[in-house]
Design a protein around this ligand. Structure first.
Ligand SMILES: [Zn+2]
Length: 341
């Protein structure tokens, strides 16, 4: 078990990597705790969760909207939650986002924490204090940046996840390795078999390294003015693919990473061999590397999302494996590149 710290403007956040779920009680106040989770997780974990009032959401990205946030605020009022309330989210990215959002606005903000149950939430979505809900099909349009008191990442919980959900998280783990250092990328490469077998020791190391990468960046730039943009590697193209192909986030990010690798190679920042290494690792982890949709259609969807940047798009490019740079790329150049795909 290792405790890592996110140093936020409002508060510091403790990331408890490898802390077992049965020690949850020690991190919670004795009273006024309110729990948010979803139906699937409630079924799985209700017997491990201390007996406080529980709000059970429908699972899935579709639940992450302002109507549900309103419903939860009303539920908190009905339960008599006051300024001393502590809201605990038990779940993956959607539950963590909703919990953080509600806790940031309810009575102008109350304390909160997460038990991150998915690989994606443990290494990415649950960490860094971004809390948001979607609006009209656009992701995280309404949101806040506020750090949870703690994020519990019990890596042994991941063993019971469906394979698809693990793969989703692995795309973000590969992304983190491409941002942070070659060693972490090699670690994933060398241990890909053990990762897929969910070897507890290897999964713990993977989560630990990935969380450190994310924290390092958030601690340099909590409110995303520069450094934090690096975490968008693979996400510009990936978000467009998520829309056109209607596939899970991690799968779309995998295709986005391939696009970023090809573009980086085209611009002379990545060798052909490095590009192949990245694609091979994604394939090894069972992630898709090609979209069903034509690059032209994806590019159109991308432009629709980026309409505020007029003649260029900020793109995160790989500068070798283990280092990234953010550069503005003229839309005309991108268009020409997309035609080559
Ligand atoms: Zn992501």
């Amino acid at each position: 078990m290792e405790t890592l710290f996110v140093k936020g403007q409002h508060r510091n956040s403790r990331i408890l990597v490898g802390e077992p779920l049965n020690l949850l009680r020690e991190h919670l106040p004795g009273q006024n705790v309110f729990i948010i989770t979803d139906k699937n997780l409630h079924r799985l974990y209700c017997r491990y969760i201390p007996s406080f009032p529980v709000y059970v959401m429908d699972p899935g990205e579709g639940s992450k909207n302002v109507n549900n946030a309103k419903k939860i605020c009303k539920w908190l009022m009905d339960k008599g939650a006051g300024r001393d309330a502590f809201i605990l989210g038990v779940g993956g990215g959607v539950v963590c986002d909703m919990t953080g959002f509600v806790a940031s606005i309810f009575l102008r903000g109350v304390e909160f924490g997460f038990v991150a149950t998915s690989l994606m939430a443990q290494i990415d979505a649950g960490i860094g204090g971004k809390n948001g809900v979607n609006l009209n099909g656009y992701k995280n349009i309404m949101g806040t940046i506020r750090q949870p008191a703690f994020v519990m990442c019990d890596t042994t919980m991941l063993g019971s996840l469906p394979e698809e959900e693990i793969k989703n998280g692995l795309a973000e783990a590969i992304k983190h390795s491409l941002i942070s250092d070659r060693k972490t990328f090699d670690f994933l490469k060398e241990n890909s078999g053990s990762v897929l077998e969910m070897d507890e020791d290897v999964i713990y190391k993977l989560v630990n390294r990935s969380v450190k990468t994310k924290i390092d960046i958030v601690n340099k730039d909590e409110i995303e003015q520069g450094e934090r943009r690096k975490l968008n590697l693979g996400h510009t193209w990936g978000h467009a693919v998520e829309k056109t192909d209607q596939i899970p986030h991690g799968q779309a990010i995998s295709i986005g990473l391939v696009f970023a690798a090809k573009l980086s190679e085209h611009l002379g920042k990545l060798s052909i061999a490095e590009r192949a290494e990245i694609i091979n690792l994604l394939i090894k982890f069972g992630l898709p590397v090609k979209s069903e949709t034509s690059p032209k259609t994806i590019f159109k969807a991308l432009l629709k999302d980026k309409k505020k940047e007029t003649d260029h798009i900020h793109f995160v490019l790989m500068d070798g494996i283990g280092n990234v740079v953010v550069e503005p790329i003229p839309i005309a150049d991108l268009k020409a590149f997309v035609k080559l795909l």
